[in-house]
Design a protein around this ligand. Structure first.
Ligand code: FPP
Length: 255
């Protein structure tokens, strides 16, 4: 076991040393997939414990990102589809969100690194106690601008676009906006992610290769990286390999 750790340490060092700090993605978005499959391979484990293990992976990813100088992380914490899961799992997740948003507000690492927390999604779909915990986390970090961690929660990319269309149509109907003035900028300003940069890199774990409604508008020019590791098992080498792959690709924006 010790020998394996030694090999991974060397591998981490090897990849890190070849990464160009000036060409790291500014914004990484992550689809944290595979928590339930992890509980299955672990045998006698409750589904909620897989999600709790997922929270520790997220903490590690936040540490690695701060260490590497990544400015923005956006994670897919809960889609609108996820509401269709068994009520016991949904309730367990809601309690986990409440606890973690409350903890974030008190976490010294968040304040030391000036990390601003934001939730993006249709928050009206969430129970009031989760919304309250989100408010606490957002308000206690609202004055920070160095780093950003965004949680897509109660989120669906198509619903986000529909909501944006409704808001824009209302402005047109009320003669506050001319239809010919509608452009990318206006759409951006009406999305849940208004004011946030588009992701440069999107990582999905667990071997699934699709976006599942995550940041549909915002991902037009994002590099996509899929890895086989289940989210609770993600290692630093997997994260570094995603960054290496990002740097190896030529970024041409269709030109
Ligand atoms: C996907 O795995 C994971 C989720 C639906 C929940 C992710 C949430 C967390 C890790 C909690 C983080 C949140 C905060 C606020 C700290 P899955 O359940 O779809 O697994 P499967 O693909 O194996 O079924």
């Amino acid at each position: 076991m010790k020998q394996l750790k030694f090999i991974y340490d060397i591998y981490e060092w090897y990849i890190s040393r070849n990464l160009k700090p000036e060409n790291l993605p500014k914004h990484i978005a992550i689809i944290m997939d595979g928590n339930r499959r992890y509980t299955k391979i672990m045998g006698n484990m409750e589904v909620i414990d897989g999600h709790k293990k997922g929270v520790s992976t997220l903490e590690k990813v936040m540490d690695w990102s701060i260490e590497l100088g990544i400015e923005i992380i956006t994670v897919y914490a809960f889609s609108t589809e996820n509401f269709k899961r068994p009520p016991k799992e949904v309730e367990g997740l809601m309690k986990l969100f409440q606890k973690n948003f409350e903890d974030v507000a008190k976490n010294p690492k968040i304040h030391k690194n000036e990390v601003r927390i934001k939730a993006v999604g249709n928050l009206n779909l969430l129970p009031e106690y989760v919304r309250e915990a989100i408010r606490t986390a957002e308000e206690s970090t609202a004055h920070y601008h160095k780093k950003h961690v965004n949680f897509a929660i109660g989120y669906d990319g198509r619903m986000e676009i529909i909501d944006a269309i409704k808001k824009i149509s209302k402005e047109v109907k009320e003669n506050k906006l001319d239809i010919n003035e509608i452009n990318e900028d206006i759409v951006n300003r009406n999305l849940y992610t208004a004011g946030l940069d588009d992701p440069n890199l999107i990582i999905r774990t667990s071997g699934e290769e699709r976006l599942s409604g995550f940041l549909l508008w915002q991902s037009s020019y994002s590099e996509l990286y899929f890895c086989d590791s289940l989210w609770p098992e993600l290692r630093k080498v997997d994260f570094l390999r995603a960054l290496r792959s990002y740097q190896e690709r030529e970024r041409r924006f269709g030109i």
